[in-house]
Ligand binder design. Structure first.
Ligand code: CP3
Length: 351
């Protein structure tokens, strides 16, 4: 059941390009290691264990709303959460102290046609009940304060982990595009089917907006995007059209591909910091825009950070259809006070 209180929340209005009294702000990875409260939870449970506990999902998803006053919550989960149900042996390695982050590892990556054929499409209610129970638990905790964003990974981004076996670049997957284009399409079709069933189930469980994390489109040429990725992304947008749930397409490195992304049927395009936001706006006419602060600015001093926040708001915030966000996720060493000051600066701005 959708909580009626948040239906007209300013985040949803901004997604629909309706006028708002102030600009909504949320941040990718707003629940994460930069928060002492998140680190305390992670001292007791592993990442996947956390993603499989509805109670902890609700607690962790709601904590940045309580701590910083963000205008939307995002389901705490991962874009690779369904890979075990598809037949892939996924683990997250523990990051060594001081030596960077732990990352996903897949023990049996997808390398051949028969590997692709063996992939199963998950049944969310059976295979991912904790995600759907998590959404229901989040909605109880949020009690209509802010809308909840559900999400999946895009087929190219999920394939990059499924094929490479971890965060190891794109060479094997890109080689597959040229060596076995039919196989690559078959893989993307399956990952797209898996994305669609998860989004439908998340919406059914109470997600009020959805974001597709197709993070690595910037790796591909225009030709390859148009042949291998855009048709699948368009099918995802189409599959969840007409449900009253805004669809956000997120990627990075796409400054030269925004016009193509704008034609895929999404309501909101999320852009990174590589393009001035006003230029991005001109390339996605008729759509809402999300972004585009460089998350690294949150690591630096307050003055240039807030000057940039205000410049982005001046450039993007006077037209309806704008959501303040980062160009990519919050980085773990980010000081909480900079997050708080950024949210306050966005809330102080009047369109
Ligand atoms: O925005 C959100 O906070 C929602 C939850 C979310 C997570 N990951 C939590 C997470 C979302 C939407 C993701 C997306 C995701 N996951 C992407 C695409 C978005 C992006 O950032 O480009 C990718 C490529 C993944 C796969 C993944 N998960 C990697 C490569 C890693 C390791 C790198 C890292 O940041 O640690 C993860 C782990 C992960 N996913 C963490 C979180 C909070 C850190 C886990 C921990 O150690 O506590």
């Amino acid at each position: 059941m959708r909580p009626p209180m948040s239906h007209d929340h300013l985040f949803l209005k901004a997604c629909r390009r309706q006028p708002v009294e102030r600009i909504p702000v949320w941040m990718m990875r707003q629940a994460g290691r930069y928060q002492p409260s998140y680190r305390a939870v992670r001292e007791k449970v592993g990442f996947l264990e956390l993603c499989r506990s509805p109670e902890l999902i609700a607690q962790v998803t709601a904590s940045p709303i309580d701590e910083f006053g963000f205008d939307a919550a995002i389901l705490f989960s991962d874009i690779l959460i369904h890979l075990p149900a598809m037949g892939l042996d996924l683990t997250f390695e523990k990051g060594e102290k001081g030596k960077g982050d732990g990352g996903p590892k897949i023990a049996n990556p997808v390398r051949t046609r028969s590997d692709i054929e063996a992939l199963r499409i998950p049944e969310p209610a059976r295979d991912l009940p904790y995600v759907l129970d998590g959404i229901r638990a989040i909605q109880r905790v949020l009690a209509g304060r802010v809308p909840l964003i559900g999400f999946v990974g895009g087929p190219f981004t999920v394939a990059s982990y499924a094929v490479e076996g971890g965060s190891q670049g794109f060479t094997r997957l890109k080689t597959m595009l040229y060596a076995d284009p039919m196989g690559a399409h078959a893989l993307f079709r399956k990952l797209t089917d898996a994305a669609i069933v998860q989004l439908q189930a998340q919406i059914e469980a109470g997600a009020q907006a959805v974001q597709i994390f197709e993070s690595w489109l910037g790796e591909l040429s225009r030709e390859d995007l148009e042949e291998f990725v855009f048709p699948h992304l368009a099918r995802i947008a189409e599959a969840v059209a007409g449900k009253g749930v805004p669809r956000i397409l997120f990627s990075t490195g796409t400054s030269t591909h925004l016009a193509g992304m704008a034609r895929l049927g999404y309501d909101v395009i999320s852009v990174d910091w590589r393009i001035p936001i006003a230029e991005a706006r001109a390339q996605v006419p008729g759509l809402a825009l999300q972004g585009n602060l460089d998350s690294t600015m949150l690591l630096g001093p307050r003055e240039p950070l807030l000057a940039r926040v205000r410049a982005i708001l001046e450039a993007a915030g006077h037209q309806p259809g704008y959501i303040f966000n980062l160009g990519h996720g919050i980085q773990p060493p980010t000081p909480s006070e900079n997050v708080r000051a950024t949210v306050e600066a966005v809330h102080a701005f009047r369109p």
